[in-house]
Design a protein around this ligand. Sequence first.
Ligand SMILES: [Fe+2]
Length: 199
Amino acid sequence: MEQNVIPTILQAMEKKDQVTLMHLSKVQQFINLMIPKLTEKNIISEEDIADLWTSAILHDVGKIFIVDDLLKENKPLDQSQMKNIREHSMKGYNFLRLQNISHKILSAVKYHHERWDGKTSGQYPGYPEGLRGFDIPLYARIIQIADSFDAMVAYRPYKGKKSIWCALKEIREYSGTQFDPYISQLFIDSISSCGLSLM
Ligand SMILES: [Fe+2]
């Protein structure tokens, strides 16, 4: 049933901001590359795959409700702008819970910016609730890594872009603080094994 609303939501996203739509698609592709290892290690089951894909393609849907000027800003955002943009996870959750979307997908959307260490201060604070470790739902922990990786390797006028290998090094560096250490390693292994085809 939820599949029926997804094309409509993505069309709205395309009208709002094509950069975010592209990001959603890239995150879904990176997660696709993780699926063999996620299933092989029994982290997810075959039945989870469709929900994980859906979570990936919807995770930033709350950006539909963020003002255009902020989404399309070409300079680094100030603190008040960051505060506004960080509302996208709750806005996405509040919007999707009015649709017929499963609880697992809703949780992924709501919590994909939480940090493994539960830290809620600094340049990259966890939000919206400061959950930590295994309190963060599994799909959110998976998406957070693919999401951060795409943010590093995608070009933005205000930050350039990192190479795949440099971005993987950062995922390793923040494994255990920002990211779930086990899923981080699995992500690094999955992307490394097909890294050349991503370049
Ligand atoms: Fe996000």
